[in-house]
Design a protein. Structure first.
Length: 469
């Protein structure tokens, strides 16, 4: 496609020069600016745990006229294992410790609220990072080798005949199939009485807008990051049958603060005063929890999804076991021997035809629909950890450690320059629905459905920062 610079040089016969001969698109000289990396600490103390003081609030505050760049931001937190009885605890990603993540605006308005954040992160890490991206994106600064495709002998496991050691390896404890398909023995275990400092980028639309936020020119000059810590038994597994006990301290949110030239700040404020407000696009997730009762036979699950998004892009659903034990991974994705599913959105069915006869020999359609919902299937860089057996295990469906389903509802899901092309549910009285057939081996399951939707982050001339959601 021809650039504007090329078209500007078109001659009377419609001919244009190659881009290599165009010099009008040279980079301009920047306004004077200075960057500092700042650690924002918690305002409600420095010591936290998973039973009492489990909420962390971090003000992201800057000086007058300063901007904040969240594109390289990360959360830093030190985790201490106080379980006792010489019990080691293990986890799969640092996201496992976060149950709920919120961003609050300049007047404490909710800009983003992701519940069951750790369940969502487990799904996204499995289906979007890929094996080579796992270490950096989940354990920034650790960089330990992946052992996804390595054989591993784990002490204390049982029923080894059912194990697929390349897919369902454990974190050094627990029964086979109750761990995860991805093994990091070195950087995801904490001995009793020991601590580990973790630094990792959070999954958030607010941190992914791609724009500097002019916080220093807004009311109160701050945002607030609020984190609800997960229960220890959900976040980690223990090497002995003792309830895990965790403590957290040295918590901070690290980001770049930009000091721009005052001449530019004034031009920005003049522009804001003229146009009234500016908007930044971001996408975010909402969580809806349901359950499947224990049943020894195949059953139909009919779940309600009361989403009210103004622009629904996609829905996706994962399953986990309701029963939590000290020695198992409560966040592991479960395949309840699902054989059929269909979503309903505003009385329309998605996909139009039921996805039926799902099995180890017919698993690709549900996998393809999930990755379309995640916006990846049409990209050559689509990434997924594991293989088809980790998605729908051939020998035992319940050992499928990356199983999930999803559907895309956006009209222009491959367009990068159009907003709100999803389905408007804001005025609807009809909830979305999921109908599926499962055989969950007489085990009660949690059903977590997430909606992905468009939002606008709006800055007005009075210095308010609010969300369209």
């Amino acid at each position: 496609m021809s650039t504007q610079q090329q078209l500007a040089m078109m001659d009377e016969q419609g001919r244009i020069p190659p881009v290599q001969a165009i010099y009008s698109d040279l980079l301009g000289v920047s306004y004077p600016a200075k960057k500092n990396q700042i650690e924002m600490t918690a305002s409600n103390g420095d010591s936290f745990d998973t039973t009492g003081k489990s909420t962390i609030e971090i003000p992201i505050a800057v000086g007058t006229g300063q901007w904040v760049d969240l594109s390289n931001a990360y959360l830093k937190i030190r985790v201490t294992n106080n379980t006792g009885s010489s019990a080691t605890v293990g986890f799969q990603t640092p996201h496992d410790f976060i149950e709920r993540l919120q961003f609050l605006g300049t007047n404490s308005e909710i800009l983003e609220d992701v519940q069951q954040y750790n369940n969502l992160a487990r799904l996204l890490c499995s289906h979007q990072l890929g094996e080579d991206g796992w270490n950096y994106n989940t354990n920034l600064g650790e960089f330990n080798e992946s052992s996804l495709q390595q054989q591993s002998v784990i002490s204390g496991t049982i029923d080894t005949s059912k194990a697929n050691t390349q897919i369902n390896s454990l974190t050094n404890f627990g029964a086979v199939g109750e761990g995860t398909h991805h093994l990091h023995l070195n950087n995801t275990t904490i001995a009793n009485g020991a601590s580990k400092t973790l630094c990792f980028p959070i999954i958030s639309g607010i941190t992914s807008t791609g724009k500097y936020l002019p916080l220093g020119m807004l009311k109160n000059r701050s945002l607030t990051l609020r984190i609800q810590l997960a229960r220890a038994i959900k976040a980690v597994s223990a090497s002995s049958d003792n309830l895990p006990v965790l403590a957290f301290d040295n918590v901070s949110f690290v980001c770049d603060v930009i000091t721009m030239a005052e001449t530019y700040n004034q031009r920005f404020m003049d522009m804001l005063g003229t146009v009234g407000d500016v908007s930044l696009h971001y996408t975010t997730y909402k969580s809806f929890q349901d359950n499947v009762g224990a049943n020894a036979n195949s059953q139909t699950f009919n779940g309600l999804i009361p989403d009210s998004s103004r622009s629904l892009k996609s829905l996706f659903t994962l399953f986990t076991k309701q029963t939590e034990t000290n020695q198992t991974d409560a966040l592991q994705l479960i395949n309840p021997k699902l054989t059929q599913y269909q979503y309903t959105i505003l009385s329309e069915t998605y996909p139009m035809k039921d996805v039926v006869d799902i099995s180890a020999s017919n698993r690709n359609q549900s996998f393809a629909n999930l990755h379309i919902a995640l916006g990846q299937l049409g990209s050559i860089s689509s990434r997924c950890i594991g293989n088809s057996s980790s998605y729908y295990n051939e020998n035992d469906a319940t050992l499928s450690s990356t199983f999930a389903i999803g559907v895309c509802a956006e009209a222009h899901n491959k367009s990068s320059n159009l907003l709100e092309s999803g389905i408007n549910l804001s005025n609807s009285t009809q909830p979305c629905r999921l109908r599926c057939i499962v055989d969950n081996d007489n085990s009660a399951l949690n059903v977590f459905t997430y909606s992905l939707s468009d939002r606008l982050l709006m800055i007005d001339r009075d210095g308010n920062l609010r969300s369209s959601g």
